[in-house]
Design a protein around this ligand. Sequence first.
Ligand code: BG6
Length: 505
Amino acid sequence: YLQHALSIVVVGASGDLAKKKTFPALLDLYRHDFLPKSVTICGYSRSKMSDEDLRTKIKPYLVKKDAAPDPVVEKFLGRVYYRSGGYGSVEAMSKMVADLEVWEGQTGDASLIVDPESKTVKHGHRAANRVYYFAIPPNVFLDTAASIKQVGLSATGFTRLVVEKPFGHDYDSALKLTDDLGAHFDESYVYRIDHYLGKEMTQNLLVLRFSNTMFEPIWNRDSVQSVTFTFKENFGTEGRGGYFDRYGIIRDVIQNHLMQVFTLIAMEQPIRVSGSGSADYVRDAKVAVLKAIEPVRAENVVLGQYLGSDDGTQPGYKDDAGVPDDSNTPTFATCVLFVKNRRWDGVPFIFKAGKALNETKAEVRVQFKDVPSGSFLFDDKPLPRNELVMKLKPEESIYFKTNVKAPGLANKPIQSELDLSYGERYPSLYNPDAYTRLVLEVLRGKQATFVRSDELLESWKIFTPVLNLIDAGEIPPLPYKFGTRGPEESDELIEKMGYTYNKNY
Ligand code: BG6
């Protein structure tokens, strides 16, 4: 396929996601020669605009403020076009496709297409691959898919659809969405993006777990006390309140992003993690562990909703436009899951996520059990537990909290870290954004880092019963102030699960 022309259609080109994530990821790939210089990028949405209007609209997202003129950005924008039309309009879509064909033909070598019947070269067209990136709300997914099916498939190369969350609102709606999309396109066409799968540390989890001998023997209920997945942001919904209020923090980040990280931590070893067949091997392993989870129980959930900060400088959730005054939507949640299998039975998997907290970070913390008779060994002082911490953001790092002798004359343990901070160890590493990595995986046809439909449905099954209770107002969120650690009840639940903060050392 490498010699084919490539068209990338960004459906929903005038929306926020396209401007903030899709176009910058495409520029990054273009800059690093992962896209052919002749690529066609065509924005498509309902608003009427010229090619130039779209270029002007997206440019501020491609260049840093006050940066020197960048010839790569100009060249890239020269590859960007725009066509408008309804998402379900076969007429508008086929007009766009006619233009794609022209651009694809213009940019290529006409001798590449061989008519399979006559074995003669068909001139005037070049074989083309097409990617449709759906940066659109789910209510127009299906209309778009139907019109692409009717007029937008490439006759000579691949056609791939990249679909963004939200993939449904609960189990039933996700099932309907996958079934309806499946009626137009089977799974091999569909790349459901969860950008957490594109993060450096998430991708590293497979390598860390399965390419070292030391982790496997301790990666189970005998050694692990608990695993905590934390997602914190020190900003609120900031104008996204209208969207957020329909979803809440569990749907926004736990059911999707954190569960993806969870599956990689908790699944069994896939037969292969890269190369032939890996897309299904990896996703089969993920589905298997999801199936072993009991739906979340209400008593294992603490919810919160933020109020304005004490000094009045930061607004409360309900001050965000689009959030109703009587909203019960959680902006914070801690919930605990249990995996019913031989490896993990009884080990709490704790998920904690919130907006408007005291810091911004995402991490996984595997806490190991107490050293047997540890406190007897050292002056009746409890030994801190070992912890393996994998930080996904803001910076990537992995460290292992280990007890070592305090240097000097006293024979007492202190906790230190075996520390791998990526920024220090790999200062000149090209560490692209998650979207950049994932769009490249789409072009490479690697589906392992995308969410398969059965995986999606299994993870909805785990959360749907408790989400129903939340939506019915039966688990009201507790108030917490902007800039704090969230409701104290969350710490109480985590402590009840046996997690200990290493306060003594
Ligand atoms: C998005 C959520 O999917 O992920 C946002 O809708 C959240 O609410 C974002 O802020 C977090 O992504 P990242 O890459 O900044 O951790």
